[in-house]
Design a protein around this ligand. Structure first.
Ligand SMILES: Cc1cc2nc3c(=O)[nH]c(=O)nc-3n(C[C@H](O)[C@H](O)[C@H](O)COP(=O)(O)OP(=O)(O)OC[C@H]3O[C@@H](n4cnc5c(N)ncnc54)[C@H](O)[C@@H]3O)c2cc1C
Length: 559
């Protein structure tokens, strides 16, 4: 990848202005928003999918091809895929892991549909891995015919990244291809890439879903026909769920209210249809709570009538991380690869010490360190860094955090962000494990060839992306972690899939307890946060969910 194209930068700035304008319009109109207003347009669909992120795109594609003669409405609060900015197109890593799925399945016999065998089948169905000459072991864990492109780095790797691998090996960290059976060790990532650009699920799945358009004339002489297609609306912000007021006790979802083009609209589902929330770990719980499904206290405090009391917004999970930088005075980094080329996955020491040999070989890993080369002067937003040296960025991520957060409504305004309490490092073992990983990072940087050939020197930990603390001497590791620890954007767990008696919000088929025609399919449903990046696991969940929805729809139709 060469320097950022000035046209792209200009376009991004234009997009940002538009976003601000749209938001301003939303805020103005929402002040006048009257829930009892008469709506002019009545739209009916078999499925309404809320959110065209990872899960929503997979689901739209799998449902439109999986069930004959249906139409689907996808409502997306953000802009169309083509408006995504340059940063979103950067390549980055793909990583999924197996073990925890059997824990999901262990919750009861009905949860067996989520055991590792079922999940692996779904992972493979999604993936189109372009590895040349994959061996049998690799084939066991990867798919080659799906719509989600996964590649090895196209142009090889920077020498300094090979140096990092050698330095890690010097410390006794084993080399491993961690996209296979075991995750511990140092190795190279694969990317969700096509032609050097990050390939989203919208590129693979939503584009394919949009290709299916059929018209079926009505059977009666003057009967209406039906368009079989996926209708995607961008800048369409879902406000809440419309319930069947004639059967109040049953909490039957019949549609959604959404805001688009300056007005509040309604869309409805056909009698056997469903509303499927794919708004992500923050917004799906928010929509549920705005619709009266959630913790009684928080709903009542915001003047929302409680329809079903459930612990929505609890169990907020994320992977805390600390961005750590080292500078090489050897001028060998000419551009930003834009992705984590190398990873080190290890078990941390619970007392905050450098992990010992046994821990480095332990397959029960709890830390992932992503490493990438970076030349700040080439990156928009980092121009405040006045030197022109190359850097290695190392990002230790706590893959199995003990601390759990929660979110709650700030108000009943759908455009008001919920209050998010991440509670990072609340449990001391999280803090010590992160400190252990930082110490390991420092040890790696001291090893040859990093210390010899590349003259690598630690700079410190990131402060709001770009301002590095001077070095590790003037601030303790504990302060480093507590002050600079940040999100990895893997927010999950807020409508967890578990029995209702165990604080679940959705059942094993992802249906919201105490409601009808309503599911959640996104990272909110994770019981435990996956021990790795979340994009592939949630795509997998959406693929599995599509099978469950097809089964249920077929069953309803045969009655
Ligand atoms: C900056 C960043 C970098 C990341 N990098 C990686 C990575 O390298 N590897 C990895 O595996 N994971 C990565 N992730 C995490 C990954 O993107 C998420 O885990 C994944 O996208 C979650 O999928 P989802 O379907 O649950 O939600 P999302 O993909 O977030 O989709 C939710 C969609 O719903 C829409 N929406 C929300 N509210 C409403 C509403 N009220 N009405 C209508 N639409 C609504 C949103 O606009 C969004 O499009 C990254 C995340 C971020 C933010």
């Amino acid at each position: 990848m060469s320097q950022r194209d000035p046209c792209i930068i200009e376009k991004n700035q234009e997009d940002l202005k538009n976003d601000a304008k749209i938001r301003e319009l939303w805020m103005k109109s929402i002040c006048d928003y009257d829930k009892h207003a008469k709506f002019k347009i009545k739209e009916t669909y078999d499925f309404i999918i809320v959110g065209a992120g990872t899960a929503g795109c997979v689901l739209a594609r799998e449902l439109i091809y999986g069930i004959p003669n249906i139409n689907i409405l996808v409502l997306e609060a953000g802009g169309p895929n083509v408006h995504s900015n340059g940063l979103i197109s950067m390549p980055c890593t793909w990583w999924g892991r197996a073990k925890q799925y059997n824990d999901w399945a262990a919750q009861g016999p009905e949860y067996k549909i989520w055991d590792w065998d079922h999940c692996l089948e779904a992972f493979k169905a999604l993936e189109n891995n372009s590895r040349k000459n994959p061996d049998e072991k690799f084939k066991q864990f990867h798919g080659f015919n799906g719509l989600h492109n996964v590649q090895d780095p196209k142009n090889g790797m920077y020498d300094i990244m090979s140096g990092l691998i050698d330095a890690a090996k010097t410390l006794g960290i084993p080399y491993n291809d961690f996209n296979g059976e075991n995750q511990n060790g140092v190795g190279k990532y694969q990317f969700t890439n096509e032609n050097g650009k990050r390939c989203s699920l919208a590129d693979g799945f939503l584009s394919d879903a949009l290709k299916k358009v059929e018209f079926h004339p009505g059977s009666e002489p003057n009967g209406f026909g039906k368009v079989v297609a996926v209708d995607v609306r961008s800048y369409a912000h879902v406000l809440d769920i419309i319930w069947d007021e004639e059967n109040k006790k049953e909490n039957i979802a019949i549609g959604v209210r959404y805001f688009c083009n300056g007005t509040v609209r309604e869309a409805f589902i056909a009698p056997k249809g469903e509303v499927i929330l794919c708004g992500g770990g923050i917004n799906s719980p928010q929509i549920l709570m705005l619709s009266g499904v959630g913790p009684k206290e928080n709903l009542e405090a915001n003047n929302i009538k409680v329809r079903k009391e459930l612990p929505v917004g609890r169990n907020l999970l994320d992977h805390p991380s600390c961005l750590f930088a080292a500078k090489s005075t050897i001028d060998k980094i000419h551009h930003w690869s834009g992705g984590s080329e190398v990873g080190i996955i290890h078990k941390a020491n619970i007392e905050g010490k450098i992990p010992c040999k046994e821990e480095l070989f332990d397959e029960n890993t709890d830390i992932q360190i992503c490493a990438m080369p970076l030349r700040p002067s080439l990156i928009e937003g980092l121009s405040n860094i006045d030197d022109n040296f190359g850097r290695i960025i190392l990002l230790p991520i706590l893959n199995i955090p003990s601390s759990v957060g929660y979110l709650e409504l700030n108000s009943n305004n759908p455009f008001d962000q919920p209050r998010i309490h991440l509670n990072f490092f609340e449990k001391s073992d999280d803090l010590y494990r992160m400190i252990s990983s930082l110490k390991l990072v420092r040890e790696i940087l001291k090893q040859p060839p990093l210390s010899t050939v590349y003259n690598v020197k630690e700079i410190g930990i990131n402060d709001e992306f770009g301002q590095w603390s001077t070095n590790g001497d003037d601030i303790s590791d504990e302060e480093f972690v507590l002050e600079r620890g940040t999100t990895t954007f893997h927010l999950s767990g807020t409508t967890k899939m578990a029995p209702e008696s165990k604080d679940g919000v959705v059942n094993h088929r992802l249906q919201v307890y105490g409601t009808k025609n309503l599911r959640v399919v996104d990272t909110s449903i994770f019981l435990y946060i996956p021990t790795g990046n979340t994009n592939a696991p949630i795509a997998m969940v959406a693929w599995r969910a599509s099978q469950l929805i097809v089964e249920d729809y077929t069953r309803k139709n045969s009655l």
